[in-house]
Design a protein around this ligand. Structure first.
Ligand SMILES: Nc1ncnc2c1ncn2[C@@H]1O[C@H](COP(=O)(O)OP(=O)(O)OP(=O)(O)O)[C@@H](O)[C@H]1O
Length: 274
């Protein structure tokens, strides 16, 4: 089945990936560079087994694979939110291994995270939730609340809400928002961080098909317009092909497909789940 596709060393943007030699010669540094990543939670099958890939600045990558393939674990290990057992990760050219916690936090502050569960603070307004995106660069506690935040920050947060089409409900409590609106607020909060890289774990999974499509279209469009880099996981193969420039498929912790989106189609991708 896997032979349907090119092997993992598929040509991507004219570069041989993910062979180690090709990775060594990349310049300027990729936003995310991963080599030989492995992770095992117990004595059983490894969850990640020698994963290697890189994501260049401005590229949008969809990570696909069946339940349990290791997608979320890969994202977490890439950000050192959980420690990998082996391999190397470089974020914006900086090796993560050996960084102390403050240095790791500083580097991660350039990464905007969006998850399936948007993790908004329910009792606070949409605007206050978006302001939270500024926390890594604004240690002032009052920047958390829309009524206390400096005018410049408030204006910026409103601008982020405007970009996701929600400035008209800026003061509505997060627990009064629909699922689609909540996820758009989460996107605005990530933008407020002024990230270079967006990491999103199934950002549309909890939404109905129409809202999911709207969120992904908006999200992917904003990322493209602002020249950001994005890695997102998805079980929606149509989304993967439509909203990413490149698709990487994981199977039992290994990359089995790495191809540009226009080179694959949904029917082919579906065979990975057989
Ligand atoms: N903290 C953990 N402790 C033990 N096992 C874990 C842990 N996190 C993940 N796993 C296991 O690792 C494997 C991969 O999980 P992961 O969540 O990365 O897969 P996934 O591809 O994101 O799956 P899904 O599409 O269902 O979200 C699964 O077998 C899961 O049970």
């Amino acid at each position: 089945m896997l032979n349907t596709f090119a092997p993992a060393a598929t040509l991507v943007d004219g570069e041989a990936l993910p062979g180690a030699q090709a990775l060594e010669t990349t310049a300027p540094p990729a936003d995310l560079w991963v080599r030989g990543l492995s992770k095992r939670f117990d004595a059983a099958q490894p969850v990640l087994d020698g994963v290697a890939f890189q994501v260049k600045a401005g590229q949008r990558v969809a990570l696909i694979g069946a339940n349990g393939a290791g997608k979320s674990t890969l994202l977490r290990c890439c950000m050192h939110l959980i420690p990998p057992d082996g391999g190397e990760v470089r974020l914006f050219g900086t090796p993560l291994a050996g960084l102390d916690a403050p240095a790791l936090r500083r580097l991660r502050s350039q990464v905007g995270f969006v998850f399936q569960k948007h993790n908004l603070v329910p009792r606070l307004s949409a605007l206050s939730n978006v302001l939270h995106g500024a926390l890594p660069r604004t240690p002032l506690a009052h920047a958390w609340f829309q009524g206390l935040a400096p005018a410049a920050l408030r204006g910026e947060a409103l601008g982020c809400l405007e970009r996701v089409g929600l400035s008209h409900i800026a003061l509505r409590r997060a627990d009064k928002l629909s699922g689609g609106q909540s996820q758009r607020v989460a996107v605005a909060r990530a933008l407020m961080q002024r990230p270079r890289l967006i990491v999103a774990d199934e950002p549309a999974a909890s939404l109905d098909p129409v809202a999911g499509d709207e969120v992904m279209s908006l999200f992917s469009g904003l990322v493209k317009d602002e020249g950001l880099t994005m890695v997102f996981t998805s079980h929606d193969l149509a989304h993967a092909v439509k909203y990413a420039d490149r698709v990487i498929a994981l199977q039992r912790g290994r990359i089995v497909l790495d191809a540009l989106s226009h080179e694959v189609n949904v029917a082919e991708l579906r065979t990975l789940y057989a």
